[in-house]
Design a protein around this ligand. Sequence first.
Ligand code: SAM
Length: 336
Amino acid sequence: MPESKATWIADERPAMTVPAHDSPDSPDPRTELALILEATPWALAAMIGTMRDAATAPLDEVLAAHPRRTAVLEAAGLVRRDGDAVTVDPVLDVADAASAHSAVAARLSALRQAVTVAASEQTAGAAPAWERHDDDVLLNQGRASAGTGRALATRIVPALPGLAERLARPGSRVLDVGTGVAALALALATALPAVEVVGIDVMRRVLDLAGTELAEADPAAAGRVTLRLEDVGALSEEAAYDLVWLPAPFLSDAALQSAIPRVFRALRPGGWVVAGTNPAPEHPLHRAVAAWTAELNGGSSSDTASVEEALVAAGFRDERRYPTVPGGPVLVAAQR
Ligand SMILES: C[S@@+](CC[C@H](N)C(=O)[O-])C[C@H]1O[C@@H](n2cnc3c(N)ncnc32)[C@H](O)[C@@H]1O
């Protein structure tokens, strides 16, 4: 009788310090936690797929149409059944199709970045920063940020004293720092029909992608977006903008430190900066992942409180916090 492949593999296996796994009596050497972590990418895939389908169909129909996928969500605790009643975690319950697309794009982007890092042969420390992400990652990251642009224009701008009036005037100007593929810049230009938006970024390739995206967009909005290859850490304009968007987690610590006083000078008196920040995560795993991904992306690990402190130290006043989702980014606004 020919030897089975499984027997041959077991015979050739080098000596290991973990328990053997070749008899039904041997325990699986992985801990329960390791098994859960290995299943997590699939739970994420179930979550993202469900969110994507729920952008175009009622959530209860989506859950019913994919029973195996929904069972994964139930096992993960994101869907709970009590008799006929089904309750879902708020993460699955997205408000509208545009928010669902942004939420899906953000998760896909994070998942793709994790796969890139996992598949990379580079050693830690030399792992990919923005330059090393492929075009799809950059486009997804950008599309995810369009939701932030809409929230900025429709919820934050009206809440900041004097800003909506300023931005309704001809000649009003907005600076989009780290403009990427210009999705956020375009969302601002669309929602604020009087403004000129200037988008700056340090990466030539992403600005080329942004140029293509703008060429395909509605010219009424895209025609008011200008792109520049420029590091915010070297910004030298004075009193040129009414609003500056500053995505702190995407800038290096050095760029962020140098940028804050320059953004202060680049604003017209009375103008506002709105900084995207991350709150200090409470869970140790979340905190460690946040610090690692910040390093991999060449970004800053400054949290909400430290960005706010740096704004005040640069002379900004009337600082205000606008949380987005529980545990998620907090927008910090402050006035020159
Ligand atoms: C999350 S992406 C931008 C997403 C963007 N809102 C969009 O719509 O695509 C962050 C961007 O910040 C840029 N960036 C990083 N450091 C920068 C700096 N010091 N000055 C300007 N841009 C920077 C990166 O090149 C990257 O394109």
